[in-house]
Design a protein around this ligand. Structure first.
Ligand code: GAL
Length: 375
């Protein structure tokens, strides 16, 4: 009898407090985790490992201070993409005020990849040193033996000091003319010609909004907004994913792209980006290429809908494209709806990627589920 009462008690408490199972995505709305708390993982990156999805993102706090890294990187896990279990803070900011990785610096857009050879989880992120606004423009790395951490901060750096991309010659470097004002339209041609690339040649190139893409052959690439956010750089990672190789390209010089998110379908790579308007939304862009290190081409705004929706990417900015496992050609566009005045209120806009004539496009949905994708 005692045992029966115990079981009954457990059943009643569990069913009272358990979160209802979610069966749909509701873009832009509060998204409760297993504890009923709105998911706190902004600028997120996703990893599928051991038949489980992992979501890593910026943990924000309330108030404007929340735009700085006061806590660290938060992770969640899920079997079905709707219901997410809080796995806690997997990379903690250092308390020590001498550390480059101290509380109050800026840590954005973490992306975790799993290296099959050395069995390490490697996190790449955008790192700005405390008190330097966005001027440090560093790429940072942290590593863990376990998917849910703890990750250990390793280093942060500028990219490719004293090195040239494969699509930019010594002659181009010599001929590049320096400029000191990114906003001056007259400087546009000089920026395209490598003005900022030349300025940063010795100290290394800037790295702000970034992502990591792992190709089918396990080669990984770092894609980042460089040259004062005017130009994207794509760099091949080393086999252990812990550094960049010397192989890199400069794409869309002077094109002003942020928030890169890449995926591959068939023989094509697709990349969503945004324009540069800080936390405010702007029209998304879609680029396509037959090779990651190849000739990328813009094919326009991927959003369909009314003017406002197209001009604001459904009030969001891309962060990642999630491949849905077990379904062919099923991809989710994952984006952030930022709330810089109270960053913890930021929400997530996830939309199914649809295709017409083999080109991806996005349409608003108040609510949707994975049955939208064919098997
Ligand atoms: C956005 C960028 C964010 C953050 C913000 C700061 O454009 O995508 O990651 O850096 O600017 O203003």
């Amino acid at each position: 009898m005692k045992q029966f009462i115990k079981i009954l008690f457990l059943f009643v408490t569990c069913s009272t407090f358990a979160q209802p199972r979610l069966k749909t995505f509701k873009p832009g709305e509060i998204w409760p985790d297993n504890n009923g708390v709105h998911i706190n993982a902004h600028g997120g990156g996703f990893l599928y490992y051991n038949e489980t999805y992992y979501w890593f993102g910026e943990h924000k706090i309330s108030g404007e201070l929340g735009n700085r890294a006061m806590v660290g990187i938060h992770a969640y896990s899920s079997k079905d993409l709707y219901n997410w279990k809080d796995e806690g803070i997997v990379l903690k900011m250092h308390e020590d005020t001498i550390s480059m990785f101290q509380k109050g610096c800026t840590l954005e857009r973490p992306k975790v990849v799993y290296n099959k050879k050395n069995k390490k989880f490697v996190m790449w992120f955008h790192h700005e040193l405390k008190g330097q606004s966005y001027q440090s423009a560093l790429a940072g790395i942290a590593v863990s033996d376990y998917v849910t951490g703890p990750f250990k901060y390793i280093t942060s750096f500028r990219l490719h000091p004293n090195s040239l991309p494969t699509n930019f010659s010594t002659e181009q470097l010599e001929n590049a003319e320096l400029v000191d004002n990114v906003k001056d339209e007259k400087n546009k041609q000089k920026i395209i010609g490598g003005a900022y690339f030349k300025r940063d040649y010795e100290m290394g190139q800037m790295s702000r909004d970034m992502t990591i893409f792992v190709d089918e052959d396990d080669t990984a690439y770092h894609i980042t907004a460089s040259e004062e956010n005017q130009t994207l750089l794509i760099s091949k990672l080393s086999d252990d994913y812990l550094s960049l190789t010397k192989e890199f390209i400069r794409i869309f010089p002077g094109g002003r792209n942020e928030a890169p998110a890449i995926f591959k379908k068939g023989n094509h790579y697709f990349m969503f980006t945004s324009d540069l308007t800080g936390w405010k939304p702007n029209p998304a862009r879609l680029a396509v290429s037959k090779s990651i290190m190849g000739e990328w081409e813009f094919v326009g705004n991927p959003c369909r809908g009314d003017r406002e929706e197209k001009n604001n990417t459904f009030w969001s900015q891309s962060t990642f494209v999630i491949p849905v496992y077990g379904k062919k050609d099923a991809f989710i566009f994952a984006a952030d709806r930022w709330r810089p005045e109270n960053p913890i209120d930021g929400s997530y806009v996830w939309l199914p990627i649809k295709f017409k004539n083999n080109l991806p496009f996005l349409e608003w949905k108040d609510s949707w589920n994975l049955s939208i994708f064919k098997k």
